[in-house]
Each structure stands twice: as C-alpha cells, then as structure tokens.
Design a protein around this ligand. Structure first.
Ligand SMILES: Cc1cc2nc3c(=O)[nH]c(=O)nc-3n(C[C@H](O)[C@H](O)[C@H](O)COP(=O)(O)O)c2cc1C
Length: 191
C-alpha cells in the first residue's frame, strides 16, 4: 500500500507528532511504502488569493503535494481539533492543494461536481480535549464532518474513516500509550 501521512500540527514535539511517528512505524513494519509530510515545513502561502481564478503558478511545494496525493492509495491526515475545526495550517493546505482540475471538476449541470481523486481511501486521526459526547451533541461533530464529507469525500476518497483521540491533552500516560498503540496498529494494517 502506498500511504501518504500528513501531519497538520504546527508544533514540533506535539502529541500529533508522536501519533504520526507511531503510524509510520507500524506501516513500515508491514512493508507499506510510506511518505510523510509535516505541513509546517512546507513553503507556501496559506491563503488562496484570487480564488480559483488566479493564474499564478503554484509554489513548488504545492505542486509536489499534488504529486504525492496522486501517488498515494491511502491518505492519512493527523491533526488536532481546534475550535471544532482545522488548524489554519490544514485549512490553508486544503484551500491551496485541493484545487479544481486536480481534486475535483465542476460542471454547470447535475451532478455539478466530479470527484477526481477516486480510488483512494483515507484515515483521519485527530486529537481533541473534549469528550466525544460533547463534540457530537453540542458542536455537531464539526471537524469530522468537514474533513470527511466536505473535503475528502467531496474529492472522491472512499472510505474515509477516523480515529478520534478524545481528552488527548490531559490524558494519562497509559491512555496516551493506548492511543499510540491504536495508531501503530492502523499503520500496520495500512488502514
Ligand atoms: C487554538 C486551540 C483551539 C482548540 N479548540 C478545541 C476545541 O474546539 N475542542 C476541543 O475539544 N479541544 C480544543 N483544543 C484542544 C486541542 O484539541 C488539544 O489540546 C490537542 O488536540 C492536543 O494535542 P497536542 O497536545 O498535540 O496539541 C484547542 C486547542 C487550541 C490550542
């Protein structure tokens, strides 16, 4: 399995870094071909300027991300949940990389959207402080719905699955170790 792992946490040494490392380690053990990207290390303007009408050439790092996404069979997005949404780094990445004619094509007639990244699956691993019920009941599971339906599903990824790590910030060492084991196990399975 060709796996692309995107780590969207802005800080080095974050728990997301440990999660990404565990996933990559597990995938490597089973001989999957894995490429990892730290979004914070990419050189690109986070803001999509001129919408979809800009003629400006893509920065090399953006063009390379499109190549990597085309290359992969399975995409893994690792991110904290901030404000029930994506950190700006991940939102900017989506705005800049998942462009029309690469990720989707829009048509004037029904069904209006043609996903261009079909044939790939995805896994979203995210950390948040709140318990599952709070996010689901009071915030409509917003981060998950956005990334799974509005972004990845919209562009053709299927299935899109999640591993949510609730209460991640203040989790006990045992709980964090359990989270890391879960990520490693998913890596082994290329899932
Ligand atoms: C700017 C910011 C916004 C956050 N918003 C939320 C939130 O809306 N819901 C939530 O459950 N946790 C929220 N958190 C907590 C983070 O999700 C949590 O600290 C993180 O997932 C733990 O991973 P880390 O230690 O690698 O940063 C927020 C944290 C920050 C810094």
């Amino acid at each position: 399995m060709r796996i692309l792992v995107l780590n969207a946490h802005p800080d080095q040494g974050s728990f997301s870094d440990a999660v990404a490392a565990a996933y990559v380690e597990g995938a490597g053990e089973m001989g999957h071909e894995v490429k990892s990207v730290m979004l914070r290390e990419l050189q690109f303007d986070l803001v999509l300027r001129g919408g979809y009408h800009s003629n400006k050439p893509l920065e090399p790092d953006i063009a390379q991300q499109q190549e990597l996404i085309s290359w992969c069979q399975h995409l893994v997005v690792i991110s904290p949940n901030w404000w029930w949404a994506a950190p700006a780094l991940l939102k900017g990445y989506v705005d800049r990389v998942f462009l029309p004619e690469f990720a989707m094509r829009y048509h004037a007639r029904f069904p209006y959207v043609e996903p261009l990244l079909r044939g790939r699956s995805a896994r979203v691993i995210y950390t948040q402080n709140s318990p599952r019920l709070v996010g689901w009941l009071f915030r409509g599971d917003l981060f998950w719905r956005w990334i799974s339906h509005a972004v990845l599903g919209h562009c053709g990824f299927h299935p899109v699955r999640r591993l949510a790590m609730y209460g991640a910030k203040d989790a006990s060492a045992a709980c964090k170790s359990h989270f890391l084991d879960s990520a490693r196990k998913l890596g082994r399975g290329g899932a």
